[in-house]
Design a protein around this ligand. Structure first.
Ligand code: NAP
Length: 259
């Protein structure tokens, strides 16, 4: 349940906004009053997300509605710089809340994992978070404004997982990046936290074989997989001043899995 308009002055940039957790985060932040910039590799999917927020008026990059949509590949530094420039041109300020949800899996056991699949997962899941965090932080510091940066890692980044050498390494990297950003930017009033979801029902986990889902679900103390909204609840808290003294934290949203 959303707290009454705790984010009404926030401009929130969300990557991976066209699906799963990113879409739920956009919905939740908008419910709390934030203006949302939805970014995804799949521009049409991000547009669909914004339709859920304020009806069919919002065009990509145009101030037709309250919110905005941009298509960008977070692993491309030029695209990310262009994205921030577009946001600043549209809203005359940098985003005060930045949520990196864009991510992929390319699962394979170590003995068979290709270099290509290693690189692509690291490029999107880790380098993408670096690029988005860096440009947003540069813009915030230049403007002298405070901000809250939230990076979606994974419980797998803490405990590892069969068949996910690349994914686990990328998500562990996100935790280290987040802690370091928290240390460097606290004096600028910029907080940086990571969220570690467990098993959440989204298109990403729909690719996991049913046998594996059943096995993992049996290990979750709460007894069921999480919903994207469970993660969005925590992101909204970390975006708000209710978490004003929390930075560098890794918040697990797992139903107790791997505690
Ligand atoms: P999802 O439904 O697959 O959503 C991921 C979104 O990111 C998709 O819209 C995808 O677009 C987009 N994306 C992929 N590559 C991108 C790029 N280079 N630039 C911009 N956007 C890109 O997955 P999800 O489950 O919501 O996952 C969201 C985040 O939570 C990910 O970082 C994931 O690792 C993390 N997470 C998920 C779970 C879980 O159980 N679901 C658990 C722990 C952590 P396309 O569809 O076009 O590829």
């Amino acid at each position: 349940m959303a707290s009454a308009l705790r984010l009404r002055s926030a401009l929130a940039l969300v990557t991976g906004a066209g699906s799963g957790i990113g879409r739920a985060v956009c919905v939740r932040l908008a419910q709390e009053g934030a203006t949302v910039v939805a970014c995804d590799l799949n521009g049409a999917a991000a547009q669909e997300t914004v339709r859920l927020l304020d009806g069919p008026k919002s065009e990509a990059g145009a101030p037709g509605g309250k919110h905005a949509v941009f298509e960008a590949d977070v692993s491309e530094s030029r695209a990310v710089r262009h994205l921030l420039a577009q946001v600043q041109a549209c809203f005359s300020r940098p985003p005060s809340v930045v949520v990196s949800c864009a991510g992929i899996t390319r699962d394979e056991f170590l003995l068979h994992l290709s270099e290509k699949d290693w690189d692509r997962v690291l490029e999107i899941n880790l380098k993408g978070v670096f690029l988005v965090t860096q440009v947003a932080a540069q813009a915030l510091v230049a403007s002298g404004r405070p901000g809250s940066i939230i990076n979606i890692s994974s419980i797998v980044g803490k405990v590892g997982n069969l068949g996910q050498t690349n994914y686990a390494a990328s998500k562990a990297g996100v935790i280290g990046l987040t802690q370091t950003v928290a240390k460097e930017l606290g004096r600028h009033g910029i907080r940086c936290n990571s969220v570690l979801p467990g098993f959440i029902t989204t298109p990403m986990t729909q690719k996991v074989p049913e046998k594996v889902i059943d096995k993992v679900t049996g290990m979750i103390p709460m007894g069921y997989m999480g919903k994207p909204e469970d993660v969005a609840d925590v992101v909204a808290f970390l975006a708000s001043e209710d978490s004003g003294y929390i930075t560098g934290a890794s918040v697990e949203v797992t139903g107790g899995l791997f505690m």
